[in-house]
Design a protein around this ligand. Structure first.
Ligand code: M7G
Length: 234
């Protein structure tokens, strides 16, 4: 399966190139930016155990100092890009979202089904910002996302892996929906947080994600790793 991504990360801009046979699956990233090359090159990884304090002192200032572009997200929400690809939308500004095929999925087969639900509400950067206030949004994404997928693609909720990434690459809340039988990139235990678990944690404790320690891996070249090293946390 291949895809084409805008050079500046602004979004999907043309159909996929790629192929998938019964035995071999390959991914083509074209054109590839320096960021893509780094992402796919083999590199040493380090596990970080980020406490709530670490987030406030190290990660949050780092995120705020970066100019991560999430224009492609706003383009989708404002129907300036990929409008014809939207599978489902709940337009509520606080509790609504857009469900759309992920850039990595060509929709030709459901074996590697991959969609993302992007919330309308702006300013929820990641899992760390979630509180019980967001439960209606998260429950809508879970229920309505699964209903839309079974209706369109015939894959039921029990065959879907529905999760959030921490750390994400893009700091605007979104949820991944992948086929359970597909080892999607980034569905490993050190990155994926099941939406059902997230909902359960927030129902027990509204501040769960502000207090808990979250573990994730960073590549040797990632600037955030340097920040943790400088703070003596790795
Ligand atoms: P993430 O958890 O922030 O990081 O997920 P990751 O990319 O390291 O997984 C963002 C998701 O959005 C990924 O699954 C991307 O493939 C997908 N994605 C990225 N862009 C730029 C686009 C886009 O323009 N359109 C669509 N439909 N998906 C995108």
């Amino acid at each position: 399966t291949g895809w084409r991504e805008d050079r500046n990360g602004a979004g999907f801009n043309s159909p996929c190139i790629g192929w998938c046979t019964g035995k071999i699956k390959t991914t083509v990233v074209y054109p590839a930016t320096e960021k893509h090359l780094q992402k796919y090159l083999r590199q040493e990884l380090s596990l970080i155990q980020e406490t709530g304090e670490d987030y406030k002192k190290i990660t949050l200032p780092f995120i705020e100092s970066q100019s991560f572009s999430i224009q492609w997200v706003y383009n989708i929400l404002e129907k300036k890009a990929e409008a014809d690809r939207i599978i489902y939308e709940n337009p509520d500004p606080a509790h609504g979202f857009v469900l759309i095929p992920d850039l990595k999925w060509n929709q030709k087969q459901v074996d590697d089904l991959y969609l993302i639900a992007i919330c309308h509400c702006r300013g929820i950067k990641s899992l760390r910002d979630l509180t019980a206030e967001h439960l209606p949004l998260l429950k809508n994404i879970s229920r309505e996302g699964k209903e839309a997928i079974v209706k369109r693609f015939g894959i039921g909720g029990a065959q879907l892996r529905v999760y959030l990434h921490y750390q994400p690459s893009y700091y605007h809340l979104h949820v991944h929906f992948t086929a359970l039988g597909y080892d999607a990139p980034g569905c490993t235990v050190e990155r994926a947080h099941l939406l059902s678990d997230v909902i359960d944690h927030l129902e027990r404790d509204s501040q769960y994600y502000q207090k808990c320690t979250l573990t994730f891996a960073l590549r040797a070249d990632e600037p955030l790793l340097k920040k943790f090293q400088e703070a003596g946390r790795v």
